[in-house]
Design a protein around this ligand. Structure first.
Ligand code: FAD
Ligand code: NAP
Length: 334
């Protein structure tokens, strides 16, 4: 593997932050990891779509470009697919839809790589990676070897996994195993926007392709395209609070939206909280909140990571003061 010095990461992160890596290399196969010398400070980069970078990243940045999509087992109703961690997630979803394998259609158009998908258990429109996940292989930097992880090992939660906690920064996910369903499919159209779009299109019995097309159309109409305006998707997680706390909030804010969760908890859309604080569409220097979705922080051009971080802190504090709710960043801050 060739290691480059002082490498520009500007085109490697969807926020478009003009960061530089002290050293940078590309992994194309597991062998590249096995041949690494001991290194204290290694960071794995996928598509850079869930990252906020500082001006300069110390140590070694390894971009994962391990490729390959292969069916490794099959039965009457499903296929088990092995996917290289460096495959593009959306291209993999398109592969599944084309082959009529169901399970990932609601996760269409999520940027990034397959290897990063388990990090925050990616999710959208009522489906999460964990719903179809069978296992993964990861190289452990401290142990100089690869290990297989079961779903239980990964400790998936809402936009969360062991790789954001105990194993943060300690592994490179090399291969992911997902189980996809053969037809007839059971599609998930529980999120209002999907059923509304299908209804508008006159589709009453949607195929997985119909659901994928609807998700793509909704996302394209609502979310900023990183090619046009830098962003990393939702900057904060939707807070989950006890029902009793939410009932108290309703006294002051009767229009507050919520979605029920198990164990007497509710999910409050972070975008609504931020919007109510007056941040939607507002610009602060080179950064601010996107005009159609306050949850998405954007780079209008030339923003530094610090500028975006400081703005996110202002958003956090304002939401805390107004609602007493502590937001948590979803984006990985390096
Ligand atoms: P990166 O940003 O490169 O990395 C993210 C973190 O994972 C970093 O800390 C990195 O070190 C680590 N990492 C990456 N690859 C590996 C690996 N192989 N092994 C170990 N660690 C690794 N997310 C959702 O969940 N749902 C959505 O609907 C969604 N929509 C989005 C829409 C837009 C417009 C954007 C910009 C982002 C969106 N995201 C969404 C966030 C993002 O796309 C996902 O989190 C995605 O999985 C990140 O993949 P990546 O390859 O870009 O990861
Ligand atoms: P939205 O439809 O405006 O809804 C706002 C929030 O309410 C969503 O984040 C969602 O939570 C929740 N919600 C909506 N309908 C729900 C239902 N029927 N049941 C339970 N919860 C519901 O959201 P959006 O911003 O356009 O995003 C649509 C989907 O894409 C969401 O699932 C969102 O998570 C995902 N997305 C994620 C990112 C990211 O970077 N992580 C970026 C863009 C979109 P959940 O987020 O828990 O689903």
């Amino acid at each position: 593997m060739t290691i480059l010095s002082n490498y520009s990461l500007e085109d490697c992160n969807t926020f478009g932050i003009a960061a530089k890596a002290e050293r940078f290399g590309i992994i194309q196969a597991e062998q590249d990891l096995f041949s690494l010398d001991f290194e204290d400070n290694i960071r794995v980069l996928g598509g850079g779509s869930n990252l906020l970078l500082p001006d300069s990243v110390e140590g070694l940045v390894l971009k994962n470009e391990i490729k390959g999509i292969e069916i490794v087992a099959e039965d009457d109703t499903s296929v088990l697919v092995e996917i290289g961690g460096g495959e593009n997630w959306h291209e993999f979803v398109m592969w599944a839809v084309e082959h009529n394998y169901g399970g990932v259609e609601n996760l269409s158009l999520i940027p990034g790589t397959v290897g990063a998908a388990p990090i925050q258990n990616i999710g959208a429109y009522g489906v999460e990676l964990k719903d179809i996940f069978e296992g993964l292989n990861a190289y452990l930097f401290d142990e100089f070897g690869e290990e297989a992880f079961t779903p239980e090992d990964c400790r998936f939660g809402y936009r969360d996994s062991i790789f954001k906690r105990e194993l943060k920064g300690k592994v490179c996910i090399t291969r992911v195993y997902l189980r996809l369903q053969k037809a007839p499919h059971k599609v998930n159209v529980s999120y209002g926007a999907i059923s509304k779009t299908l209804e508008e299109r006159g589709i009453s019995e949607p195929s997985i392709k119909d659901v994928s097309d609807a998700v793509i159309a909704i996302r394209q109409s609502k979310l900023p395209d990183p090619k046009e305006i830098g962003n990393s998707g939702s900057f904060f997680k939707n807070p989950e609070i006890p029902q009793a706390e939410f009932d108290a909030l309703l006294q002051k804010f009767p229009n507050a939206p919520s979605y029920p969760l198990p164990n007497e908890m509710v999910k409050v859309p972070a975008g609504w909280l931020i919007d109510q604080c007056g941040f939607k569409g507002v610009r602060y220097g080179n950064t601010g909140c996107y005009k159609n979705q306050a949850l998405v922080l954007v780079n209008y051009g030339g923003a530094t990571g610090k500028e975006v971080y400081d703005f996110s802190e202002k958003v956090l504090q304002t939401v805390l003061e107004k609602f007493g709710i502590q937001l948590e960043r979803e984006v990985n801050v390096w």
